[in-house]
Design a protein around this ligand. Sequence first.
Ligand SMILES: NC(=O)c1ccc[n+]([C@@H]2O[C@H](COP(=O)([O-])OP(=O)(O)OC[C@H]3O[C@@H](n4cnc5c(N)ncnc54)[C@H](O)[C@@H]3O)[C@@H](O)[C@H]2O)c1
Length: 433
Amino acid sequence: MLGLGYVGAVSSACLAKDGHTVIGVDPNQVKVDLINAGQSPIVEDDVAEMVSQYVSEGRLSATTDATEAIQQTELAFVCVGTPGQDNGALDFTYLERASTNIGAALADVDGYYTVVVRSTVLPGTTRNIVIPAIEKASGRTHGVDFGVVMNPEFLREASAVADFYNPPKVVIGTEVERSADIVRSLAPPGDAPLVIVPYEVAEMVKYVDNSWHALKVAFGNEIGRLCDPLDIDSHAVMDIFCLDEKLNISSKYLKPGMAFGGSCLPKDVRALNYHARSHDVELPVLTNLTTSNESHLSAALKLILDTGVRDVGILGLSFKAGTDDLREAPMVELAERMLGKGLNLKIYDPNVNLARLTGANAKFIQDHVPHLGELLVDEMGDAIAGSELIVLGNSNPDFSSIGDHVQSDTYVIDLVRIVEDSSGLKNYRGLGW
Ligand SMILES: NC(=O)c1ccc[n+]([C@@H]2O[C@H](COP(=O)([O-])OP(=O)(O)OC[C@H]3O[C@@H](n4cnc5c(N)ncnc54)[C@H](O)[C@@H]3O)[C@@H](O)[C@H]2O)c1
């Protein structure tokens, strides 16, 4: 166990409890001495008792010498600190040193060895820093003599031992099957979902988790700051918010795709922000939702313009499939910007078409987007014919088979990830995926 901080100390104690022989490694002599004296280097429920018991039983010890530890073991966990610098960049000094230490020790190890990165590291770190450093210092080959796994740690301080045994999920990032199997065998029993993914996915997951947790805290606090002057019990509001496991506390709305729009979300976000301003309450997260949405639309426009084509067919204009509602539909805004850039458009949306024909939304089209109304065509084939680029703007199931209707070199920009099999499309792009 390289690194005897919060993660390393807890993991050492828990793995010793599970029956493994653990040698902790840390350059900090005080931490090493504490462990060898049967004392915990950190304050954390249960860890002191566990360290005391397993040191006395001979299953847990510590040293400042990484070589000594690596040569007596089959697997190393890397739990060294990855502190942030003032500008937010990560300081990889400890990680690089630990990787080099492992590599130097592996130069004299005959058998297969597994290295598990548990520190939180940015995508690309395991592949570009850890593996090359071990290979360079050891002269051995990754995937043959040793395997590296990126296995992010999800424990929280103050409930770390319980979290170690009940992780929300087990993420094994590796391309080396032999090491994946070894790490899988070490995972705590239980019903936590286990996934095996590329290194970068495992690395990214941890950052997405922590950003999401930070976003939740900031969101809850902003709701609280607004409820306060309105004399509303914010905890009662959030209790009700959390009762909704269909839309609120659920996987809904989280997959990257089209910008938000429609008749409710943009209007209601604006109204809430206005209300906050009128009470002199600053809500940076909620205020910037609109800015973020705007950036997403700009990115979509850039993706379209970068193709360099002029004739474009748009499939899906309303903000989601199954409605003719065009109010604040992001595809309407995008179409207008495309027109502004001089692109020629043909637009097909069966629901909007129906609304136009039956008069349901005809007035809206006439009053607000008459120039787009004129570009509507009656059949999907009419929008496709002569278009060098097809933009898929909502998830109408008819659009998923676009590959059957266009030439293989036609540009297809799928803003909603509706196409299931894009193998026949040479110029198929998504936005944010
Ligand atoms: N603390 C948490 O709750 C938590 C949870 C999940 C993930 N993480 C991540 O796990 C990593 C470790 O976090 P922590 O809070 O345990 O850090 P920490 O700062 O408490 O401990 C890191 C330890 O690594 C030691 N170290 C430095 N260089 C070393 C080397 N070459 N060889 C061996 N040991 C070395 C340091 O002396 C220190 O004792 C970080 O990347 C962190 O982001 C932390």
